[in-house]
Design a binder for this molecule. Structure first.
Ligand SMILES: NC(=O)c1ccc[n+]([C@@H]2O[C@H](COP(=O)([O-])OP(=O)(O)OC[C@H]3O[C@@H](n4cnc5c(N)ncnc54)[C@H](OP(=O)(O)O)[C@@H]3O)[C@@H](O)[C@H]2O)c1
Length: 330
């Protein structure tokens, strides 16, 4: 009998907890440049849930295996493979199909990481930290001491942004929904943390004391995005990369007329498609270094076994988590 492997898959678009099932698949023999990776961990990101329910930017074509990122170890390599060997720690770059115990793909579809990296942290490296890096480095020329403002600051992206900004000598003003997060975010390196409401906005204005704010990162939309626009200086840029409130962006006319704000969007998937390997590694290398040096850490809510995936999905869909829900693919 040929060896088999478990994965999560769905045959129809729908609510993740209803359509996702555990499936057993045979492991195909390896040929040419193919590599087989034994996956260890994979986070459950909002985009994964959106992908299954058909609200993501890229349509799923069921039957499909979801999961946009993960980390694993090379288990076997095809006869022509030169860049990887058994035991190497890798993350897939394919952008889908990660909720599986085994992934087989050509060697160029995996990025090699140092053996000593924490595999749980590595499983969350490719999307959120790279998005935060992109927000801070590819939109506005920032100088040491500059302020960056953001909402959903305790999200995976938000926390990475605080840590990367702090390393770059930038200052962050952060909005969160829960008071208990203020001290936690400050311990992470946030310079200022306020509740995402009108009182928080007043306190943020007071804190900035008229300092220039040229970049705002928006993962929420609705009124929260208006508060970010309020804090931006003339010609400042609001980069929208998420819509956690599921409310549209409303732009008060005065912000366009009197401040000429620039409104941009970021979808890191599009950047992955366009960026060459060199560009991608320009982001991955310093972020990997930061993880190894304990300067970049993504908070984890719970690591949940693959077989208990329904509980993982339910928890990931809840607000008020302590961090990411991680699938243990063992
Ligand atoms: N455009 C891109 O390329 C890109 C890349 C990565 C992520 N994203 C997007 O960025 C956002 C954050 O992703 P993530 O993985 O970092 O998130 P995450 O770690 O799962 O955290 C979710 C965040 O959203 C907040 N939140 C949940 N429901 C909300 C609501 N109804 N209104 C306001 N805030 C709410 C949570 O606050 P509490 O903790 O208080 O519940 C938490 O801060 C998502 O929309 C995701 O799709 C986009």
């Amino acid at each position: 009998m040929s060896p088999t492997s478990l994965c999560l898959s769905f045959d129809t678009i729908g609510r993740p907890e209803e359509v996702l099932k555990l499936t057993e698949r045979p492991l195909p023999p390896l040929s040419g440049h193919e590599v087989r990776v034994r996956m260890r961990y994979a986070p459950v990101n909002p985009a994964d849930l959106n992908f299954i329910e058909g609200t993501y930017g890229r349509a799923a074509h069921p039957p499909a295996v979801p999961g946009h990122e993960s980390c694993g170890e090379v288990e076997a390599v095809g006869p022509l493979v030169t860049s990887l060997k058994k035991g190497d720690v890798v993350i897939p770059l394919l952008g889908a199909g990660c909720w599986t115990q085994h992934m087989t793909a050509a060697e160029q579809h995996f990025a090699l990481l140092p053996e000593s990296i924490d595999p749980v942290q590595a499983s969350m490296l490719r999307i959120n930290p790279v998005t935060a890096w992109h927000l801070l480095t590819q939109h506005v020329d920032l100088n040491e001491g500059d302020w960056v403002v953001q909402n959903a600051a305790n999200s995976g992206v938000g926390r990475a942004l605080v840590q990367i900004a702090s390393k770059q000598g930038l200052r962050t003003l952060n909005f969160v929904r829960r008071p208990e997060l203020v001290a936690e975010m400050k311990a992470l390196g946030a310079d200022a943390v306020f509740l995402d409401d009108e009182d928080g906005l007043a306190a943020a204005r007071e804190c900035l004391k008229g300092s220039a704010v040229r970049l705002a990162a928006n993962a929420v939309g609705g009124d929260s995005a208006i508060r970010l626009m309020d804090l931006l200086s003339p010609e400042g840029m609001l980069v929208t990369y998420g819509a956690m409130s599921r409310r549209s962006l409303k732009v008060p006319n005065k912000f366009l007329i009197f401040k000429n704000l620039r409104l941009h969007g970021l979808w890191i998937t599009r950047w992955f498609e366009k960026a060459g390997a060199d560009e991608l590694y320009k982001a991955l290398e310093p972020l990997t270094r930061m993880i190894l040096d304990h300067e970049l850490h993504t908070a984890v809510d719970e690591v949940i076994p693959l077989r208990d995936f329904r509980r993982a999905l339910a928890r990931a869909a809840e607000g008020g988590r302590r961090g990411k829900v991680i699938l243990d693919l063992a």
